[in-house]
Design a protein around this ligand. Structure first.
Ligand code: FES
Ligand SMILES: [Fe+2]
Length: 268
């Protein structure tokens, strides 16, 4: 797959996989540089994008362990006509390494990928071991990416319309019993929400991030702020607004009421 005209490198392994998502989701993921230190937080510690577009991106990427201050300059170049892309380490540890990936569409729910790992200055004695390291790393990265693509495809799929009027309120029982069940996931009006307590106040928030529909049901909440695990965008649950300057807003959530008999209910 790697053009022969390029500088000589050694291919240490080839990784094949069928991803349970459409090629559209795969290409979207390839262009999405922002998820590296969040979705792949065990491999990457930071990213600073220098340029990005339809043809790829170029970024300074922090590697774990971050305390060692290891950073590489990484570029990803897409050859859409050939349905492939290359990730190239331009500077830093592993400079000149090239990882070539071809993408073969297979329908709405599967895409074949083939990844070749090309390294400079490889001692033939250590080539197989290096190949195993890269294969294991990419197997984990693609597991994480695949989970994201499957979830996003499910969120994008049209929802069946429920017959009749959607339910607008929900009784959650006595306050003290509810507190013991927090955080609590509930469904109302065909959408899912999480009920949490922030500084003594009960709040409900949607479990879908407004950025790229990331999952908020298990997302960390600190001082009333939820952080999305896909790209790290943050939202204040008291207002629903971005609190990192990104100008987004969580979908509307039901109001939580506690009546004079300490019974809790949610309603739109
Ligand atoms: S989906 Fe991107 S930050 Fe939530
Ligand atoms: Fe990824």
């Amino acid at each position: 797959m790697r053009p022969k005209t390029l500088i000589p490198l050694t291919r240490v392994a080839t990784y094949h996989r069928t991803v349970a998502a459409s090629a559209e989701r795969v290409w979207e993921n390839v262009r999405d540089w922002e998820h590296l230190p969040w979705l792949h937080d065990s491999s990457f510690s930071s990213i600073e994008c220098l340029e990005s577009g339809e043809e790829g991106w170029r970024a300074r990427v922090g590697l774990h362990p971050s305390s060692a201050g290891r950073e590489i300059l990484l570029e990803l170049v897409i050859d859409a006509a050939a349905s492939r892309y290359v990730s190239r380490v331009v500077e830093g540890q592993g400079a000149r390494t090239e990882i070539w990936t071809s993408v073969e569409p297979g329908g709405d729910s599967h895409t074949k990928i083939r990844v070749e790992f090309w390294l400079p200055d490889v001692d033939p004695v250590s080539a197989d071991a290096l190949g195993r390291v890269y294969t294991e790393l990419y197997s984990r990265l693609w597991d994480e990416d695949e989970g994201m693509m499957i979830r996003r495809a499910a969120e994008l799929a049209p929802r069946p319309r429920s017959a009749g009027q959607p339910q607008r309120c929900l009784a959650l029982g006595p306050l003290e019993e509810l507190r013991a069940r927090l955080p609590l996931l509930i469904e109302l009006a065909g959408r899912r929400f999480r009920v949490v307590e922030v500084e003594g106040r009960l709040l409900a928030h949607p479990v879908r991030c407004p950025h790229r529909l990331g999952p908020l049901e298990d997302a960390a909440v600190e001082a009333g702020v939820v952080t999305c695990p896909w790209h790290g965008y943050r939202f204040d649950l008291r207002t629903g607004l971005s609190c990192d300057g990104r100008g987004l807003r969580l979908d509307r959530a039901p109001e939580v009421r506690v009546d004079e008999r300490s019974q809790v209910s949610l309603s739109f």
